[in-house]
Design a protein around this ligand. Structure first.
Ligand code: 6R9
Length: 695
């Protein structure tokens, strides 16, 4: 495990309570979940998980009920005498490795044998219960005044047309489809259409570069790529089709043949005629998809059939394909959404995340739609045309639940209260935060200014891997402490372990693990089950290891303190240091690079890169620019380093391991806290680095 000094965590806030009475902030029809009810339900969820989750699952439609066991699991090979045939029903062709083992570490299955479909449960089921004319999606375009909406009936029609189109074009159950779209309605439509026919979607955030997209295409070999010609974000136009063209031409050299690129014309960003076109391969969505029938039979799938793949950063250069399956994910996102936001049928819900990340999967698309909610989907950026846009949208749609990231809160806070207070915001009743620890001053501003001191904040801790919320307040159910994600969700047993893996009790700080499986847990890393076992289940045998540090206070509240591995959290986006390093090293003039995260006022953390140029190359501003460009083109603009620090050499141990602890101190200019540097192969490099700090 990497070195980690818990006392240095900037985010541990001073203790302060904000007492919320359970009733004042909740809607009048609320069946408020008081603390004792939580405790009762939590106790049951731990003592009788089968009964608890069966009850939750009974709200959904099952073509066939699951086998006798709700969950089978084995988080520890040492405990393993489970002998279960894994994955008979997994049709995903690349998953053979997952089938043969029968004593997998980290193995868990939920609702195995149950037959269902998540798209059916999101749409048809809600329509059958009388919600067909309810708005499913309010879409707000980048430009104020450009908007659209779809009822549940209309959404189902659109999803069915696309599902039929995909089937007609050869997409079958178990095939993968890459979706590279901005926040257009076509994005959730595409996800749902894949789910309807049992295809596995892999959404790639439209901020990723051609090279990142290509890497993902090569990894999961989609039959079809769905994109749009361009997107306008704020005043900037991004030509997505060019990026896709470049990714596809490269991946075809690597033996992947994507037969079809379905392109939605986003004419407010770019005219169709201006779009480059490859006749044999490209198809306009608007021309072809509407010709298909609005009725499409559901492909009934096993509860353990894969639903989607989502790539996320890890501590090596290669992104990890996190694989989620159907039923457990469905029940978990639905239940977490309902309880953590105290959801009511009358709510209007807006989550600012992009569907390219897990938050968009679970809490823009699946969780809310499973609950029959009305969701706001926003195409643009939060400060366009000015920093009041979010509150303009809140007032326009009468948003009641607003879920966002601390980085956005901090950036709007910097723009001043006036942009907020000029809007009413009186519809708001619950606020949410996700992506990184929320610092207490941002928390208070969010609570006092945005929420007028009346809306509780659900600070939800979870991960791509966990599928849904793991530690989160339930609004109004207990006193909040700014900066604490409070208590575990139903069925989740967090444990804090020391570096030897020993579970600690009571007040403590250490590594955050989870003891038993929960329905939303991912099942494997696509194509690399071994990496799944070693990354998550071998550091602390018997537990799932989150990669986060955590403190539990004397009242039992959990305080997340940030990543303890080589992952940086920039504006709530996970970026692996190794990925950025390999992008830098791919530059012909870069000999070596080491990247660390440094605290940043708005982004939470920013990327700080130490670079050694190849012999004979001089340090220059131009070289800095071209190194940053190399990261932009390899990964995407969001991963661009904020600072390049020239390094004649890097601090390494005698065995050649880079001492990032020292680099972090230099980067944050905590020069009197460098600690013992005598174990370095060459202690002089530290002085050289300090001397070059401002060059
Ligand atoms: C949902 C999401 C996961 C990492 C996670 C942690 C950080 C997320 C947090 C939080 C403190 C919260 N994180 N929510 N830290 N408090 N409420 O963001 O998934 O992109 O996979 O990132 O984000 O470090 O390990 P993902």
């Amino acid at each position: 495990l990497p070195d980690q000094d818990f006392s240095q965590q900037a985010h541990i806030p001073s203790f302060q309570k904000v007492i919320l009475s359970p009733s004042f902030s909740l809607s009048t029809d609320s069946s408020t979940l008081y603390r004792f009810q939580y405790q009762e339900m939590y106790k049951r969820s731990i003592e009788d998980p089968s009964g608890f989750w069966s009850d939750m699952a009974s709200e959904f439609y099952w073509k066939k009920k699951w086998d006798h066991q709700v969950c089978s699991e084995n988080l520890d090979i040492r405990k393993g005498n489970i002998n279960i045939e894994v994955g008979n029903h997994i049709s995903f062709i690349h998953m053979q490795h997952y089938r043969i083992h029968n004593q997998l570490m980290g193995f868990s299955q939920w609702f195995k044998g149950g037959v269902t479909n998540i798209c059916y449960n999101c749409l048809d089921r809600n329509i059958e219960s009388g919600n067909g004319e309810k708005i499913a999606i309010h879409w707000e375009g980048n430009e104020p005044g450009v908007d659209d909406s779809l009822t549940y009936n209309q959404l189902l029609d659109r999803v069915c047309q696309l599902a039929n189109y995909l089937k007609q074009n050869g997409v079958k159950k178990g095939d993968s489809v890459i979706i590279y779209l901005p926040m257009l309605m076509e994005l959730p439509i595409s996800m749902l259409a894949c789910a309807r026919i049992g295809a596995v979607h892999s959404v790639v955030f439209a901020g990723f570069s051609a090279e990142s997209l290509e890497q993902r295409i090569i990894d999961c070999k989609p039959k079809i790529v769905i994109t749009c010609n361009a997107v306008k974000r704020g005043s900037k136009i991004i030509n997505l089709k060019d990026i896709v063209d470049s990714a596809l031409s490269e991946s075809s050299q690597n033996g992947v043949c994507v037969g079809l690129c379905l392109t939605s014309a986003n004419e407010s960003a770019m005219k169709r005629e201006a779009t480059k076109w490859i006749k044999e391969r490209d198809v306009w969505w608007q021309d072809d998809v509407p010709k298909y029938s609005t009725k499409c039979d559901v492909e009934w799938v096993d509860g353990e059939d894969p639903l989607f793949l989502l790539y996320t950063s890890g501590s090596t250069g290669k992104p990890k394909g996190v694989l989620h399956t159907t039923a457990g994910y469905m029940i978990y996102t639905a239940a977490t959404f309902k309880y953590a936001f105290d959801y009511k049928q009358s709510d209007i819900y807006w989550c600012t995340a992009d569907c390219g990340w897990i938050t968009g999967h679970s809490y823009v698309a699946y969780g809310p739609l499973l609950n029959g909610a009305t969701v706001v989907v926003y195409e643009g950026v939060p400060n366009y045309p000015d920093p009041g846009r979010c509150w303009d949208i809140v007032d326009k749609y009468k948003v009641t639940i607003f879920y966002t990231a601390p980085t956005l809160v901090r950036s709007l806070m910097r723009d001043g209260d006036e942009y907020v207070t000029r809007y009413s915001r009186k519809s708001l009743r619950v606020l949410g935060s996700v992506g990184e620890p929320i610092n207490p001053s941002a928390w208070r501003w969010f609570f006092n200014v945005v929420g007028d001191s009346r809306c509780p904040i659900s600070d939800t801790w979870w991960q791509t891997e966990t599928g849904g919320f793991m530690i989160t307040p339930l609004p109004g159910a207990w006193p909040q402490k700014p900066g604490s994600a409070t208590f575990p969700f139903f069925g989740v047993q967090p444990v804090i372990v020391d570096e030897k893996g020993k579970e600690m009790k009571g007040e403590c700080s250490g590594y955050l693990c989870v003891k038993t499986s929960w329905p939303g847990a991912f099942r494997t890393l696509f194509g690399d089950h071994e990496r799944y076992e070693t990354t998550y289940f071998s550091a602390f045998p018997g537990y799932y290891f989150s990669g986060d540090g955590c403190r539990r206070d004397k009242d039992g509240y959990y305080w997340l303190t940030g990543r303890v591995d080589d992952v940086i959290n920039v504006s709530g986006h996970r970026i692996g240091t190794a990925e950025v390093e390999s992008a830098l090293v791919s530059h012909p003039k870069c000999a070596e690079a080491a990247v660390v995260g440094v605290e940043h006022e708005v982004k939470g953390q920013c990327i700080y890169a130490f670079v050694t140029p190849v012999e004979g190359v001089a340090y220059s501003e131009d070289l800095k620019k071209s190194l940053v460009l190399s990261v932009r083109t390899n990964i995407g603009a969001f991963a661009a380093p904020d600072k390049i620090h020239w390094a004649p050499g890097l601090p390494k141990t005698r065995s050649g391991k880079i001492m990032r602890r020292i680099l972090r101190k230099i980067a944050s200019r905590q020069l009197d806290e460098l600690g013992d540097t005598s174990t370095l192969a060459d202690p002089n490099v530290v002085d050289q680095l300090i001397a070059l700090a401002d060059s």
